[in-house]
Write a protein that binds this ligand. Structure first.
Ligand code: ZN
Length: 175
């Protein structure tokens, strides 16, 4: 279940995961729970641990995000990426150049708005295997890294957004 914006867990600064605990059953279970939770949402592209009620510095990016990025680029078929796990993520660098991007959140139903995000971000984190890695992202990925890191610091996109509007799913479309 995904917690909604009234829940205080979303406003806390999340705790770092002790590196030696990454491979533990309890953390691995949380990672699987996060994957399940994001996949249940038709429009889910990423999720942060506080969104399932766990005040830990973890976010997971869904394969859907890679599909969207591919489609935006060249309309190709499904990519076979798996979930990308970011534990104790740290934004190392972000471009000064920003763009205004359309944003929503699984914990802020059903509001959407525009948020100015750096176009490029460099990030360091630990993976599900407990190994440190560094990666860069632009466009949708830069946006996701910034949105999810904000979650770990108790910030919701609506704190920063302009032109916020409510767009509930149409009952006709609902299954
Ligand atoms: Zn969110």
């Amino acid at each position: 279940m995904i917690v909604q914006k009234e829940d205080p867990v979303l406003r806390k600064k999340a705790h770092p995961v002790p590196i030696g605990k990454i491979l533990s059953k309890s953390i691995q279970k949380i990672l699987e729970d996060m994957k399940t939770a994001v996949e249940k949402e038709e429009d889910g592209v990423a999720i942060a641990a506080p969104q399932i009620g766990q005040s830990l510095r973890i976010f997971v990016v869904s394969p859907r995000a890679y599909e969207i990025a591919e489609r935006l680029k060249k309309g190709e078929e499904k990519s076979k990426q798996r979930h990308a796990v970011f534990i104790n993520p740290e934004i190392l660098k972000q471009s000064k150049e920003k763009e205004s991007m359309e944003e929503g959140c699984l914990s802020v139903r059903w509001l959407y708005g525009k948020v100015k995000r750096s176009k490029k971000v460099r990030i360091r984190a630990y993976g599900q295997d407990g190994k440190a890695f560094e990666t860069g992202g632009s466009g949708v990925f830069a946006q996701i890294y910034q949105h999810e890191t904000d979650h770990l610091n108790g910030i919701l996109f609506t704190d920063k957004a302009s032109q916020v509007e409510s767009l509930p799913p149409s009952p006709i479309k609902n299954k």
